[in-house]
Design a protein around this ligand. Sequence first.
Ligand code: DAT
Ligand code: MG
Length: 140
Amino acid sequence: SAVSRTLILVKPDGVRRGLSGEVLRRIEAKGYELVAVELKNADDALLAAHYAEHEGKPFYAPLVDFMKSGPVLAIVAQGQNVIPGFRSLAGTTDPTTAAPGTIRGDLGRDWGLKVQQNLVHGSDSDESAAREIALWFPTL
Ligand code: DAT
Ligand code: MG
């Protein structure tokens, strides 16, 4: 299989809690290569495009508001099977039940808020990765 790239975000909760380095450490410890890393303040247009698949869902508006609540660390990582590989490192969506050993399982929890603040995003397919990398890193 070919080397691929994925778009990873340390969400505002992760940046606020000082976990950017811990997420980068886990990506690198797994053996993935960092291609681009940049702290960004996402705007409505970027987030509407990034989360287009979720438009209309009840958590969509609070999710976009949360993603604008502070800076996001945007990362492009590269390696064999990095797309499913990073999803595996991240753990399942709900941090309460994400497996121990994963980023969300070890470091995330339910804070009783309107949206799941689960520390990281990772692209879920080749198509999503290409689309999301173009959105977050248009010059890459
Ligand atoms: P993932 O981030 O695991 O790919 P997703 O793409 O289904 O999950 O959803 C995007 C984000 O939206 C997710 O990271 C947290 C939030 N979210 C998803 N489902 C939710 C729900 N039922 N209630 C609140 N927030 C939710
Ligand atoms: Mg997703």
